[in-house]
Design a protein around this ligand. Structure first.
Ligand code: TYM
Length: 346
């Protein structure tokens, strides 16, 4: 990977992020991503898309995919994204993502992709049977970000490596095509206790859409009763909560529940322990269940309401796609020129 110190980027600041329509959204997606999107839209120009091109790196039922896209859009809106402020769109509706991805495929090196841990996890034992798209997935992700010259990317901790790769690709493109500072080197925004929410059944595994146990996660569409029940069943230990975070180092399930509580209340885990030190899970879990139901219940209700009117969601997505295309096209035109592709008069 290249190691020159880049000159500071002087273009405008932009936020970009996306979520795959490949399964039910859960608390990890909400705290690691959606909540941050809603906050950032008030500060910086924000582009948030539904990553349907990424979703098909694993098989998706064609008859269901468009509804899966609407469900993610509904989750965005229910978490507070405002289409008058943020540009919300389906990735496949903006062809420039895939076009730039091809160019970046020719910039990224095989050795860089070989190091991607998410490909190793997702391809499992039989990587020769994984789609080629799954392998080049992080290059498409780099294109998603760089086509808008985004500077900030709010994501959960698990996306850090993909963001580092994006920076490497941006830097190599700038260098190879003699265009210093053309692409910014985007920063991953992963701060806060919600950046890595763990499974409710195993504090050492990430909360994930693909975990076969539904009790491992709180889904945004779970009702408040299901939320309470899953928290009651969450794995814990018999010891009371300690006074410091440091003492939770070898109690991953307890650490996770304290982290979830903190993220839901927008406090630090240390502040949560000040309140609960000395209390056992018999006291803590009902409080957590109430808090989770109070925060997630209205999001689920609003999603259900929005999904009852798919035409309205479609209007938001179509208008967003038009704005996104207008923002992406100038970058693509500049890239084509830098690469030297034919164009009238060139
Ligand atoms: P996806 O769909 O797997 O996840 C969406 C977002 O949720 C975050 N996340 C979590 N955060 C905290 N704790 C968890 N247990 C947890 N699980 C998931 C993810 O970090 C992510 O922010 N590759 C991306 C989609 C993508 C993208 C992009 C993101 C495609 N192109 C460009 C940013 C920029 C993904 O798989 O997200």
């Amino acid at each position: 990977m290249t190691d020159q110190t880049p000159a500071p980027y002087t273009g405008s600041q932009r936020v970009l992020s996306g979520v795959q329509p490949s399964g039910a959204l859960h608390l990890g997606n909400y705290l690691g991503a959606l909540v941050k999107f809603a906050r950032l839209q008030h500060e910086i120009e924000t582009f948030i898309f539904v990553a349907d091109l990424h979703a098909i790196t694993a098989w998706q039922e064609p008859a269901k995919l468009a509804d899966q896209v609407r469900e993610i859009a509904a989750a965005y809106l229910a978490s507070g994204l405002d289409p008058a402020k943020a540009t919300i769109f389906p990735q496949s509706a903006v062809g420039a993502h895939a076009e730039l991805a091809w160019v970046l495929n020719c910039v990224a090196r095989l050795g860089w992709l070989d190091r991607m841990t998410q490909f190793k996890e997702k391809s499992g034992q039989h990587k020769e049977r994984a789609s080629v798209g799954l392998y080049t997935y992080p290059v498409l992700q780099a294109a998603d970000i760089l086509i808008y010259k985004a500077t900030q990317v709010p994501v959960g901790e698990d996306q850090r490596q993909h963001l580092e790769l994006t920076r490497d690709i941006a830097q190599k493109f700038n260098h190879d095509f003699g265009a210093e500072n053309f692409f910014p080197l985007p920063e991953a925004l992963t701060q806060g206790p919600g950046a890595r929410v763990m499974s409710l059944r195993d504090g050492s595994a990430k909360m994930s859409k693909s975990d076969p146990s539904d009790n491992s996660r709180l889904n945004l569409l779970d009702g408040v009763d299901a939320i309470a029940q899953k928290i009651r069943k969450a794995k814990t230990d018999a010891a009371p909560l300690p006074e410091t975070i440091h003492e939770l180092a070898d109690r991953p399930e307890a650490l996770n529940l304290v982290g979830i509580y903190a993220a839901l209340e927008d406090r630090t885990p240390a502040e949560v322990l000040v309140e609960f030190a000395g209390q056992g899970f018999g006291a803590f879990k009902p409080k957590l269940a109430d808090l989770a139901a109070a925060r997630l219940g209205p999001v689920g209700d609003e999603m259900r309401r929005l999904l009852g009117d798919p035409a309205e969601i479609d209007r938001v997505l179509a208008a967003g796609a038009e704005r996104a295309r207008a923002a992406a096209e100038p970058t693509l035109a500049e890239v084509k020129q830098l690469v030297g592709f034919w164009g009238p008069g060139r």
